[in-house]
Design a protein around this ligand. Structure first.
Ligand SMILES: Nc1nc2c(c(=O)[nH]1)N(C=O)[C@@H](CNc1ccc(C(=O)N[C@@H](CCC(=O)O)C(=O)O)cc1)CN2
Ligand SMILES: Nc1nc2c(ncn2[C@@H]2O[C@H](COP(=O)(O)OP(=O)(O)OP(=O)(O)O)[C@@H](O)[C@H]2O)c(=O)[nH]1
Ligand SMILES: [K+]
Ligand SMILES: [Mg+2]
Length: 465
């Protein structure tokens, strides 16, 4: 399954770098497959005595079809298979950045015989099929590319380095050892010494514990991978936009003393202690006859529904009002929320202290001032605590969702094996569930996986990966 005996006939091409108008000094067009070198040679004109030697950089120009016009000035790199990322012949054309040069070079390449546009993740998929890369490594590369914080990138690198593959492979091998013990008894019971069932069950128990621990750790790591959506909601003028600006360290949102300033949801990406956070500023919620303002308020409710945490901001200088209470009641029951009193700077210090976190019978989680920044640290800590994000700190390995589901399935199958043992069912009953557990782990590592499942995994990668 891992190494495909038939080489892929088609040569694929895509832009491997992020492209945006006016951005990026250099962009790379990548080709992989049997025609890569021929195509490279025919679209890039190389002056002087330079030779197309593998793993050497050449200088030249991508020429148009007529051979007269220069499309771009480039560097080219040929990597002959199997010494390449995909294991096939790979050619990289390093063009100028931005949009036009690289698009024209790609079109020129795609116009060549036997070349087609690469599907998302197809380079990585070929690397896996050709045995150059483990499946979990390929998935980790995709997560590295998607990482929005240093911590998330660091965690992804464990997978890139093979950390997940090694952990799962070793657990799977321990199960395979136990399976062969069992199967030998099913087939040739009389010829073998009696099976030490207790020892076997203990080993299965150990593997199951490790799998459950991996799933638990991974859940803690999800917050680093997916980040948190934190919605700032509250009545008009309580200081939501001011708070967003303070946390983002820039004047992202317009702030005025007019209630109803923010009319549309506005997002700002920040990182708090390694956790990528999307702060969502919303229109102040109140009863209004203004149709435009109402549209904004509708969006505030949508933002609330999509959030992982609601930060309900109220104005300490006005105290907790009936409107604040009404808003609190509108926050979905299962949504973690923080009650945040803003404008603490307007309170005399003695009074803030005497408030002792109680305002009209409501426990206030944090009192702060978006103006002076006092209490900001406490808010950050509270947000991270509410989502269990602080628990993600010491993690070194984290399975993605697909891997978590399979590890959990394997753990359940092992529990069933133990159940079969407890009920003193014959050995062939034990082996059914044990095989299922082994097969789930094989699906994580790619050792037991169908082409269709692989296609689905890689289709979620980005183009050019
Ligand atoms: N220009 C460029 N930069 C890149 C990549 C690339 O493909 N091209 N990478 C792509 O993801 C990453 C680096 N990863 C790579 C992994 C393996 C091979 C590779 O060619 N491996 C061969 C040859 C090794 C050797 O010469 O010793 C091999 O493993 O046999 C290249 C890049 C990030 N930077
Ligand atoms: N003294 C003081 N004033 C603040 C503080 N935070 C915000 N303000 C002021 O309160 C007013 C409203 O602030 P905004 O940030 O626009 O409030 P908002 O909740 O986004 O308001 P809408 O978008 O209209 O719903 C502005 O004049 C701010 O300068 C604070 O901590 N202390
Ligand atoms: K305002
Ligand atoms: Mg606002």
């Amino acid at each position: 399954m891992m190494s495909s005996p038939i080489p892929h006939q088609q040569t694929i091409a895509a832009v491997a770098t992020a492209v945006a108008p006016g951005q990026g000094g250099i962009a790379v067009v990548r080709l992989s497959g049997p025609a890569a070198e021929v195509v490279g040679r025919s679209v890039v004109s190389i002056p002087g005595q330079q030779l197309w030697v593998s793993h050497r950089v050449l200088y030249g120009h991508v020429m148009d079809e007529s051979g007269k016009e220069r499309i771009d000035e480039v560097l080219v790199l040929l990597m002959k298979g199997p010494r390449s990322f995909t294991g096939e012949d790979v050619v990289e054309i390093h063009c100028h950045g931005g949009l036009m040069a690289v698009q024209r070079v790609l079109e020129r390449v795609l116009a060549q015989p036997h070349v087609r546009r690469a599907l998302p993740g197809e380079f990585s998929q070929r690397a896996v099929l050709n045995g150059r890369l483990d499946l979990t490594q390929a998935e980790a590369i995709s997560e590295l590319v998607a990482a929005r914080s240093r911590r998330a990138a660091q965690l992804a690198m464990t997978g890139v380095d093979g950390g997940i593959q090694r952990r799962i492979t070793s657990l799977r091998e321990r199960l395979l050892d136990q399976l062969s013990e069992l199967e030998a008894r099913v087939d040739f019971e009389e010829d073998l010494p009696p099976l030490d069932a207790a020892e076997l069950l203990l080993e299965l128990q150990c593997v199951r514990r490790e799998l459950e621990q991996l799933v638990e750790d991974a859940k803690r790591g999800d917050v680093l991978r997916q980040g948190l959506q934190v919605a700032l909601v509250g009545r008009p003028n309580v200081g939501k936009s001011s708070l967003l600006n303070r946390l983002s360290r820039r004047e992202r949102a317009i702030v005025t003393d007019l209630p109803g300033t923010t009319r549309d949801v506005l997002e700002s990406e920040i990182v708090l202690e390694g956790v990528p956070i999307t702060l969502v500023d919303t229109a102040g919620i109140r009863a209004t006859k203004d149709a435009l303002e109402q549209l904004g308020i509708d969006r505030s409710h949508q933002a609330l529904a999509a959030a992982d945490v609601a930060v309900l901001v109220f104005d300490l200088s006005l105290g907790w009002t009936a409107d604040d209470a009404a808003l609190l009641a509108q926050i979905p029951d299962d949504l973690p929320r923080l009650l945040v009193g803003n404008k603490a700077d307007l309170q005399p210090a003695s009074m803030t202290a005497s408030l002792s976190n109680e305002v009209d019978g409501k426990t206030v989680d944090v009192m702060l001032s978006a103006l002076t920044g006092q209490g900001e640290e406490a808010l950050i800590e509270a947000v991270l605590k509410t989502c269990g994000a602080s628990e993600a700190q010491g993690l070194v390995v984290a399975l993605n969702q697909r891997q978590q589901d399979l590890a959990a399935t394997a753990a359940i199958a092992l529990a069933r094996t133990q159940e079969a043992a407890a009920q003193k069912l014959p050995w062939d009953f034990w082996t059914i569930d044990l095989r299922q557990a082994i097969s789930s782990l094989g699906e994580i590592t790619g050792e037991e996986i169908t082409e269709a499942v692989l296609d689905r995994i890689f289709s979620r990668f980005c183009i050019g990966k």
